[in-house]
Design a binder for this molecule. Sequence first.
Ligand SMILES: Cc1cc2nc3c(=O)[nH]c(=O)nc-3n(C[C@H](O)[C@H](O)[C@H](O)COP(=O)(O)OP(=O)(O)OC[C@H]3O[C@@H](n4cnc5c(N)ncnc54)[C@H](O)[C@@H]3O)c2cc1C
Length: 394
Amino acid sequence: MNALTWLEPLRSSVPELDTPAWTSLERFDAALGELSSAAPAHHDAAAWSAWLLQLRHELAARRHRAPTGPAGPVWQTLAQFLAGARDLDLRDCTGAGHGAMVLTHAPTAIARAWDERLRAGELIGIAATERHGGSRIREITTRARPGRGGTWRLTGEKCWVSRLTEAAAFVVFVRDPDARISAVLVDADDPRAERDVIEPFGLGGWSWGALRLHDLPVDPATALLGAPGNGLEIFHQHFARFRPLVTATALGTAAGVHALVADALAARRSTGILPRVRDNALIALGRTHAEITAALLATVTTTRLAMIGHPAADLLARLGKAAGVDTAVQAVNNLAPLIGAAGFQRSHPVAKARADLTGLLYADGIHDSLYRSGGVSLLAGPANSRLATLTAAA
Ligand SMILES: Cc1cc2nc3c(=O)[nH]c(=O)nc-3n(C[C@H](O)[C@H](O)[C@H](O)COP(=O)(O)OP(=O)(O)OC[C@H]3O[C@@H](n4cnc5c(N)ncnc54)[C@H](O)[C@@H]3O)c2cc1C
């Protein structure tokens, strides 16, 4: 079962996608299939990363992009599911990625220039996490001090930054001269930006590591996103839209493993290696299919809410990322043993999927923190409305 077959029965749940939009999704999947046939082995990290960036450029050149209007984000969510089914490292093969923050919040001329660059396939990274802990963004210490002629000079270290050598620029979260959290765009090639690559356990498609800023000058008139002090707002608004894409990609990866396992079992049965497929395998196939489908539908709903700026979008994106990626991880953990030790070879796509999914338990929000902050929001909501009701009644 390929990933498109998986999506077909869900078509009535995405009425935004008319026939041309659906056809373009099918063409996108076909292009992924064609281009993936020329992919290098992923254990050659440099060749694999170069190919992934090239794939992004090639898809852009062939104009595989989301339709305009309300269909766009839904299309992209499903496209990322299709991409993830091939490989979780294809997590940035559609859209603006973290560059969306620049398109939405940079001064008009800068946003326009980046729109062209991103549409051509360039990549923008995000640098938020610091040594004290990425789950505590409010405590960042990277500083922007006032320089000459109204410039800011940035100093500090960001760690665990993905797309480290592939990104052309980074959105960096800093403490501005008034000690508020602001988001600034930094050119990746600035000589005062030092990049230090670290080898990850999985999700190694994009390089990963530390970004150090050594008194790096930026002009806030062009580099500042939004107003000074808008950093946290930009961060949360962005992740309400970005996390569903991450979740859909992870669920696609689980669907890809599901297909590999189902095909392997079917082949063993038809060749007589297995006289019959045992119930435990059948149950795992059935249950994981239902769980992945349910999580994907919830993800599409969150995408829709984020698109219209619904007040619950941020909460659902946080909880949905944690629960959706957990669903993908558990599904793959349940399915992987069904094809035996063959799937434990480092070069096997199932082994790669397991290692890659582990990375998503941290990237774009560590799960206990996401669930916890979700719990805080859920507790705050009803209590406030209860209080309002009681106050009104008094
Ligand atoms: C593959 C990968 C890609 C990444 N890409 C990027 C990127 O591009 N850009 C970027 O900025 N970051 C990136 N990250 C970092 C990621 O966002 C962070 O790992 C995540 O935010 C968690 O931060 P941390 O790892 O520093 O853990 P911490 O924030 O230190 O959390 C570790 C644990 O401590 C817990 N904890 C926090 N506070 C307390 C407390 N008071 N008491 C007890 N426990 C506490 C947390 O809940 C968690 O369980 C990436 C990470 C990975 C693995």
